[in-house]
Ligand binder design. Structure first.
Ligand SMILES: *[C@@H]1O[C@H](CO)[C@@H](O)[C@H](O)[C@H]1NC(C)=O
Ligand SMILES: *[C@@H]1O[C@H](CO)[C@@H](O)[C@H](O)[C@H]1NC(C)=O
Ligand SMILES: *[C@@H]1O[C@H](CO)[C@@H](O)[C@H](O)[C@H]1NC(C)=O
Ligand SMILES: *[C@@H]1O[C@H](CO)[C@@H](O)[C@H](O)[C@H]1NC(C)=O
Ligand SMILES: *[C@@H]1O[C@H](CO)[C@@H](O)[C@H](O)[C@H]1NC(C)=O
Ligand SMILES: *[C@@H]1O[C@H](CO)[C@@H](O)[C@H](O)[C@H]1NC(C)=O
Ligand SMILES: *[C@@H]1O[C@H](CO)[C@@H](O)[C@H](O)[C@H]1NC(C)=O
Ligand SMILES: *[C@@H]1O[C@H](CO)[C@@H](O)[C@H](O)[C@H]1NC(C)=O
Ligand SMILES: *[C@@H]1O[C@H](CO)[C@@H](O)[C@H](O)[C@H]1NC(C)=O
Ligand SMILES: *[C@@H]1O[C@H](CO)[C@@H](O)[C@H](O)[C@H]1NC(C)=O
Ligand SMILES: *[C@@H]1O[C@H](CO)[C@@H](O)[C@H](O)[C@H]1NC(C)=O
Ligand SMILES: *[C@@H]1O[C@H](CO)[C@@H](O)[C@H](O)[C@H]1NC(C)=O
Length: 790
């Protein structure tokens, strides 16, 4: 069973509040006049691409289409009998500006439904005029950027049943709404209200839904009158400043089914030794220091106790016979996981990650009769062989433990397995052929042997078997994995030729073959050029590839290496637990990257990251001129090969380049002066070649360390100490004439220039380089820096 509470709330807005067009009834002329006056108050439209996401088809109501002659008005509903406007459904209508106190909006005296969510009233104070719309039943102003206090005139809306002011920047006192006795749903979440709340709020006679998440609200000052009646069912008070005193009023709300008190910004420990709720189904206390927990709601289905400083497994959980999800991640739990847990008949999702658990109490079959679908055991100290997995499992995460022995064969019976992560354990033996339906398979950093089995799965998205002892060839069956985006086999003993055949995979973005026994050329007669459609990271370093690379090798690429990748969010799979942070994917692929001669694991590959790493092979001949096509390239490493000839001046077209390593080759001649324009270039290494002449002088280059240029024949200029002014002649070894041979270079580039859409030399201007500099911060390199500069 999937639960997506936050997603649900969000999608009710996407799908539930979608506007309807008007009835074919003649609107009254005075109402049309007000509509047109309202339209004219907002001449500028500022639309948000959020409406064009692939999942959500939303037709924005177009107020631009409103005219005097129109018989129907997009987003407007008129009363059949009187012709008065009763509904304005203008969510996502791209309205931009400020609603003035005298706005025509407040002249719609018969308005009952007003939906203005997701427009752009950025930094507008909340107009008091809403208080004049005395017939309003439904008011949704969420996600608009309103600032300031909610004026007290809102208390005039005595017919209001639903109020949504979420995701604005409202501040100050708690809105004066507790007299609105018909209100059944209030959402003030994601604002900056910073007041005490009135305890009468909880007993508003019609209220069943109250969301105060993420504000700076404090406990009510007064206690609640005895035994109130309350319809309140859903109460979200997460991320505020409430203390344990809040338990006093809310413990009197026996009808509650959903209670979220997570992440209160208080320092003291909260004692939940008495939670009298009988109907509770969902309870989240994460991020609070919990000393005792005693809950016995018979219907409790989801219990979230992440980051609660727990040291003992709460035994009251034993009585929760309807529990479906339990999250006790990020606590200080250690030793055994109690056997009784798995006997809870409905338990499907269990997150035990980031504790110090060391074993599962009971036999290796202890999980077998459970109904688990998601189990996260990662980052604990589990040891011994892997438990036997129930066939119902869909997500099995157990990375960063000390599991030994084989991958359990029982996984073959788990026909619904979507994600298997056993990374960073000591698992040995070979990989079963049976894992056919998984989307994400992470087995990196274990002791796996044998060959990578045939995987014939069109659902496989991510395959990471890095740092094992796998041998043999890459299984050709990978060509049938048409969803594959990420392939990492780094650090094994795979002995194969270059997998040209993977080019048929339309989504393959990342290929890491680093540090194996791949051999032979990466270009041959039918496969002269590289033609992977989605490629953005190609790391084939530290293998035995050899031969020369044709000059046009990169000329057929068109994907993210050429056009910067756009927010292509990982992963495909989002876990069931994502009711809390629906927009944040939790499963990222990771790779090891090399920078400044050091290796690191990049736990989350940024969406814009692009890398070509051919280092540590036996390539010879010239560096292909067509490298200049890869305009979105950020890291280029061709070091430790036998490349000869000159450094191609087409490198100057790689305007996004942040790291360039050409060290330890046989490159000769001058360093092309054009690369001065590479304003993001934060790391350069050209050491141990046969370079001569003046080092191009630009801000990025002068700041490099000397070692970046050492070991060459005759380089001069900063950062080296050698000056380019020779005592014998007194003239510099003029790079302008020696270095670039412009005519010849430009001829070479001519055939490509057409394809890229630039005339040769156009990008070589310093001015253009500076224009790019203001365009994008060097994010990726900053990430590297953080990781390296301890
Ligand atoms: C108004 O018209 C709609 C359909 O056009 C109809 O369903 C509704 O009953 C009508 N209401 C009144 C009050 O006539
Ligand atoms: C609102 O008042 C301002 C002046 O304060 C005026 O310029 C504007 O035209 C008025 N708008 C309407 C819709 O009456
Ligand atoms: C409250 O509504 C009445 C009409 O029902 C109106 O006359 C009055 O001005 C409103 N008050 C505020 C503060 O808007
Ligand atoms: C709520 O209504 C009561 C009576 O109807 C009134 O006395 C009280 O002042 C009102 N409170 C607020 C905050 O408007
Ligand atoms: C509220 O109730 C608690 C006990 O439930 C009591 O200790 C406290 O003094 C009361 N506060 C007020 C303001 O009445
Ligand atoms: C619970 O809600 C029902 C109606 O939904 C109501 O009749 C009952 O009084 C409520 N219980 C309490 C204790 O408020
Ligand atoms: C907690 O509150 C303090 C002051 O009240 C504030 O400075 C801090 O940023 C808050 N922390 C969080 C995580 O909200
Ligand atoms: C538990 O859930 C069942 C089924 O939804 C319901 O009938 C029952 O009243 C609930 N129990 C409590 C104490 O709310
Ligand atoms: C838990 O609360 C119940 C009452 O709901 C009480 O009977 C029981 O003793 C409490 N258990 C603990 C360990 O405090
Ligand atoms: C966690 O609990 C221990 C006692 O078990 C306590 O000493 C410590 O202060 C608590 N830490 C926090 C952050 O509350
Ligand atoms: C790919 O799938 C097709 C159809 O299922 C099959 O005939 C073919 O042998 C598979 N290719 C490989 C290399 O396994
Ligand atoms: C388990 O909890 C950790 C820490 O709270 C979280 O990062 C992880 O995504 C959760 N696992 C699943 C499967 O949701």
């Amino acid at each position: 069973m999937k639960i997506h509470f936050a997603v649900y709330i969000f999608t009710t807005c996407f799908f539930g509040c979608v506007s309807v067009t008007s009835f074919p009834v003649p609107p009254s002329p005075d109402q049309v006049e007000i509509l047109l006056a309202f339209k004219n108050e907002f001449p500028s439209r500022n639309c948000d691409p959020i409406w064009n996401t692939p999942d959500v088809v939303f037709r924005s109501p177009n107020i631009g289409s409103w005219t005097k002659e129109a018989v129907s008005f997009d987003g407007v509903v008129f009363d059949n009998a009187t012709g008065a406007v009763t509904e304005l459904n203008l969510g996502g209508a791209c309205i931009s500006g400020t609603i003035q106190a005298n706005s025509s909006l407040f002249r719609f005296q018969h308005l009952r439904y007003l939906r203005l969510f997701i427009n752009h009233f950025d930094s507008s104070p909340f107009p008091s005029g809403f208080g004049r719309l005395a017939n309003l039943e439904y008011l949704d102003l969420s996600q608009n950027g309103f600032i300031g206090e909610v004026p007290s005139s809102i208390s005039n809306l005595s017919r209001l049943t639903s109020l949504d002011l979420s995701y604005n920047k409202l501040t100050g006192r708690f809105p004066n709404i507790h007299n609105l006795t018909l209100l059944s749903s209030i959402d003030l979440s994601y604002n900056q209200f910073s007041d005490t709340i009135p305890s009468s709020l909880f007993t508003m006679p019609s209220l069943w839904y109250l969301d105060l998440r993420q504000n700076n609200l404090k406990d009510p000052l007064e206690n609640m009158t005895s035994s109130p009646t309350s319809k309140l069912v859903h109460l979200d008070m997460a991320k505020n400043l409430f203390s344990s005193r809040i338990l006093e009023p809310i413990s009197k709300l026996p009808n509650l089914t959903h209670l979220d008190l997570s992440f209160q910004n208080t320092t003291y420990t909260i004692n939940f030794d008495y939670l009298p709720f009988k109907s509770l189904e969902y309870l989240d206390l994460s991020g609070n220091s919990v000393s005792v927990l005693n809950t016995s709601s018979e219907n409790l289905s989801f219990l979230i106790l992440s980051n609660c400083n727990l040291t003992e497994f709460p035994t009251s959980i034993k009585t929760l016979q309807n529990l479906r999800g339990l999250d006790v991640s990020k606590n200080r739990l250690k030793g055994k996981v109690p056997e009784w847990l798995w006997k809870l008949p409905s338990l499907g999702n269990v997150n035990l990650s980031q504790n110090s658990f060391s074993f599962l109490e009971g036999s290796p079959e202890v999980l077998l009769n459970s109904s688990l679908s998601e189990l996260d055991l990662s980052s604990n100290t589990f040891h011994g062989s892997f438990p036997i997995i129930p066939p119902t499992i869909q997500v099995m995460a157990a990375s960063n433990n000390y599991f030994t022995g084989d991958i359990p064969l029982t996984l073959c019976k788990a026909s619904q397995l979507i994600l298997l992560d056993l990374s960073y354990n000591n698992i040995s033996g070979s990989i079963h052929r049976c894992l056919t339906n998984v989307s994400v398979l992470k087995l990196r950093n274990n002791d796996l042997t044998g060959r990578l089995p045939d995987i014939d799965s069109d659902s496989l998205v991510l395959l990471d078997v890095a740092h094992n002892h796998l041998s043999g060839k890459l299984p050709r069956s990978l060509v049938n994995c048409t969803s594959l985006k990420f392939l990492n086999v780094e650090g094994n003993s795979i002995s194969d030729t270059f997998p040209f055949w993977l080019k048929t995979l339309p989504k393959l973005e990342v290929i890491v073959l680093r540090s194996n026994r791949f051999h032979g050329p990466i270009s041959s007669s039918p496969e002269r050029t590289l033609s992977f459609t989605a490629l953005r990271i190609m790391d084939i370093s530290l293998n035995n590839f050899d031969g020369t690379i044709p000059s046009d090798y990169f000329a057929n690429l068109s994907g993210p290496l050429v056009n910067p990748p756009q927010g292509n969010l990982w992963p495909e799979y989002r876990g069931d637990w994502h009711y809390k942070y629906p927009t944040e994917p939790w499963y990222y692929p990771s790779i090891d990257v090399r920078n400044k001669g050091r290796n690191m694991e990049l736990a989350k590959i940024p969406d814009t990251c692009t890398i070509i790493d051919f280092s540590g092979n036996g390539f010879g001949g010239k560096i292909p001129e067509s490298i200049g096509f890869l305009k979105a390239l950020i890291v280029l490493d061709l070091s430790n090969n036998g490349f000869t000839g000159r450094i191609p001046s087409s490198l100057a077209k790689l305007t996004q380049l942040e790291s360039l390593d050409l060290s330890r080759n046989q490159l000769s001649g001058n360093i092309p002066q054009e690369i001065r324009v590479l304003t993001f270039l934060a790391y350069i290494n050209m050491s141990y070649n046969r370079l001569t002449g003046q080092i191009p002088q630009g801000t990025q280059i002068g700041g490099q360390s000397k070692s970046s240029f050492e070991g060459n024949i005759d380089l001069c200029g900063l950062p080296l100490e050698e000056t380019c002014f020779r005592e014998t002649t007194g003239v510099p070894s003029t790079p302008q004439t020696q270095g670039i041979e412009p005519t010849k270079q430009e001829q070479v580039l001519n055939w490509k220039a057409a394809a890229i859409g630039y005339g040769p030399g156009v990008l070589f201007g310093v001015a253009i380089g500076q224009a790019f500099a203001s365009y994008k911060p060097a994010l990726f390199y900053k990430l590297f820096r953080l990781a390296f500069e301890f």
